[in-house]
Design a protein around this ligand. Structure first.
Ligand code: PEP
Ligand code: MG
Length: 295
């Protein structure tokens, strides 16, 4: 079926003095895109969470089923960043049959599932590449929970071997943020997952309401890690975005732009307020806010 296409009439977000910032959407399926395409004026999809296709199932979706689901999203928008399966912790996938863990947030999740079940990622990358071929799309592909440069280069090699042109990694673990410059020698872009990056930086469960103050994205330690990634991106001339909830908060978005991030990916309902917040401040004012928060 022909899907509604994203409307991008206003182009990128812009600060008051015209500095462009890509505004992108977080989605879980083509149905999300169809439902939200009419109201969100965004340039594409910055985070396609593919695990939703895998949830609540007894068996893994087949290769063909995956190709169809990815192709549906690719035909709905020019620019899509696909995240490979992020199973584990808050997103358990029973059919994978992964062993129970004492400490699942620190266990086999995200890209790490590939250590125990290598076929899952390979099949998914094949399906993404095939969906791209069928639709003529050029999706960007990134892996969640990357921790080391070695993991990033292995992932990049496997994605590129399938003809995927733009390969990136999520920065969700402090170790990855600290090595941002080196990671960008292996991949084409970074996408900072502030939800998990906060969890792992402050050693605080992201779903624990009693620890919300520690998880506040305004915490200077988190901002320093984001600044490090953005600076590495600037040096390498490669995009560094934020796709965690912080990106959709109109108070935080200018601050992230002030730190140097080049795109913000958010729930579709957040786009208008973020666009407006950016339009109300110059880039220097965004930088001042970032510096004040760091201080
Ligand atoms: C994040 O961790 O910030 C992120 C965007 O990924 P998820 O919320 O799906 O873990
Ligand atoms: Mg995450």
């Amino acid at each position: 079926a022909r899907r509604a296409r994203l409307r991008t009439s206003r182009g990128p977000g812009r600060t008051a003095d015209g500095h462009p910032v890509r505004l992108l959407l977080n989605i879980g399926s083509a149905a999300d895109l169809e439902r939200d395409a009419a109201q969100a004026d965004a340039e594409g999809v910055g985070l396609f969470r593919t695990e939703f296709l895998f949830l609540d199932r007894k068996q893994a979706p087949s290769f063909e089923e995956q190709v169809a689901a990815y192709a549906d999203v690719f035909s709905g928008t020019e620019h899509v960043v696909v995240r490979t399966l992020d199973a584990g912790t808050d997103k358990p996938l029973p059919f994978l049959g992964l062993p129970q863990e004492q400490n699942p947030a620190l266990g086999v999740r995200g890209l790490r599932v590939d250590r125990l079940l290598p076929g899952v990622l390979d099949t998914q990358l094949d399906a993404i590449a095939e969906a791209a071929r069928r639709t003529g799309a050029e999706p960007w592909v990134m892996a969640p929970m990357v921790t080391t440069v070695g993991e990033a280069s292995d992932f990049a090699r496997r994605a590129r071997a399938r003809g995927i042109g733009r390969v990136g990694v999520m920065v969700e673990v402090p170790a990855a943020a600290l090595r941002a410059g080196r990671l960008l020698q292996e991949v084409d872009f970074l996408s900072i997952g502030t939800n998990d990056l906060a969890q792992y930086t402050f050693a605080a469960d992201r779903q624990h309401s009693a620890l919300a103050d520690l998880l506040d994205p305004r915490q200077p330690a988190l901002l320093e890690l984001i600044a490090l990634c953005a600076e590495a991106g600037r040096r390498a001339g490669k995009p560094v975005g934020v796709c965690g909830e912080a990106a959709g908060d109109p108070l935080l978005a200018p601050l992230l732009v002030g730190l140097g991030v080049t795109s913000l990916s958010m729930a579709p309902v957040c786009v208008p307020a973020v666009r407006e917040a950016l339009a109300g401040l110059t880039l220097d004012e965004c930088r001042d806010r970032a510096q004040a928060a760091l201080d």
